[in-house]
Design a protein around this ligand. Structure first.
Ligand code: ADP
Ligand code: ADP
Length: 229
């Protein structure tokens, strides 16, 4: 399960200004689609609509053939995990932040969720430890550490659909490479939408769509898009 389809989706935040102008996208279950394009193209808007932060103006978004406007917001969100660019952490322990949405998740449950993936140690090797409070008392996690929290949260949730919204673009290149390897692994078992600025970061995607001003202007594999340039 986890097929995602955008069928002629039109959307604007404000009346009179259309942001997505008839977007058609299909991602087969378990495949990875990358959405690339310049800032302001509407990439994150695609993620927000799939998560039902907003409803489409016209057209439909389907998960496994089901129009998401016809089911509850909660059931849509249960199926989706988002790893954002810069996760906002709660002023609470690392464990709470990882378990958010699953009240009272224990470290044992988190370790269980991460088991089987070779990323287990990576995710749980947060230097400050599970019981440490973030925010208070001056603990500030680095960008890479925050992304580990976001990845651990997603593993605990284990959703069929994953959205990586410029998940590594704020990191230095060495941390970016390490996190990307982990994201590659967790995306292999899930339907994944990767949002990125640069074509070079989405070589592995099954398909890439280039979005510009709310319109899909190109689509194909990485090799096809390079050849077209
Ligand atoms: P991208 O992710 O490609 O950078 P976004 O989807 O974030 O682009 O934004 C697309 C357009 O929608 C931009 O012009 C942006 O200013 C506008 N936009 C984004 N969020 C809002 C909002 N909450 N209210 C009004 N306009 C918005
Ligand atoms: P609810 O609909 O139950 O109030 P939310 O909509 O806040 O919950 O989020 C549902 C789940 O989606 C959360 O458990 C969280 O893992 C994930 N989520 C929501 N928004 C974000 C975000 N900006 N970054 C990362 N994960 C998010």
């Amino acid at each position: 399960s986890g097929e995602v389809r955008f069928d002629t989706v039109l959307f604007g935040y404000d009346p009179g200004r259309t942001i997505l102008k008839g977007v058609d996208i299909t991602i087969a279950a378990g495949k990875t689609l990358a959405v690339v394009g310049p800032s302001g193209a509407g990439k994150s808007t695609i993620a927000r609509l799939l998560f039902r932060f907003y409803d489409v103006t016209s057209g439909r978004i389907l998960i496994d053939g089901q129009d998401i406007a016809a089911v509850t917001q909660d059931s849509v969100r249960d199926a989706i995990g988002i790893v954002p660019q810069d996760m906002v952490l709660f002023n609470d322990t690392i464990g709470y932040n990882i378990g958010y949405g699953r009240a009272g998740a224990t470290q044992a449950e988190i370790e269980e969720a991460a088991k089987g993936a070779s990323i287990h140690d990576f995710v749980l090797s947060l230097p400050e430890g599970y019981e440490t409070r973030v925010g208070e008392r001056g603990l500030k996690l680095s960008g890479g550490e925050k992304q580990r929290v976001a990845i651990a949260r997603t593993l605990l949730k284990d959703p069929p659909i994953l959205i990586l919204d410029e998940a590594t673009s704020a990191l230095d290149s060495r941390t970016e490479a390490a996190i990307q390897e982990v994201l590659g692994e967790i995306s292999r078992r899930r339907t994944t939408i990767v949002i990125a600025h640069r074509l070079s970061t989405v070589v592995e995607a099954d398909e890439i769509v280039v979005l510009d001003q709310g319109v899909v202007v190109e689509r194909g594999t990485h090799a096809q898009l390079l050849a077209a340039d």
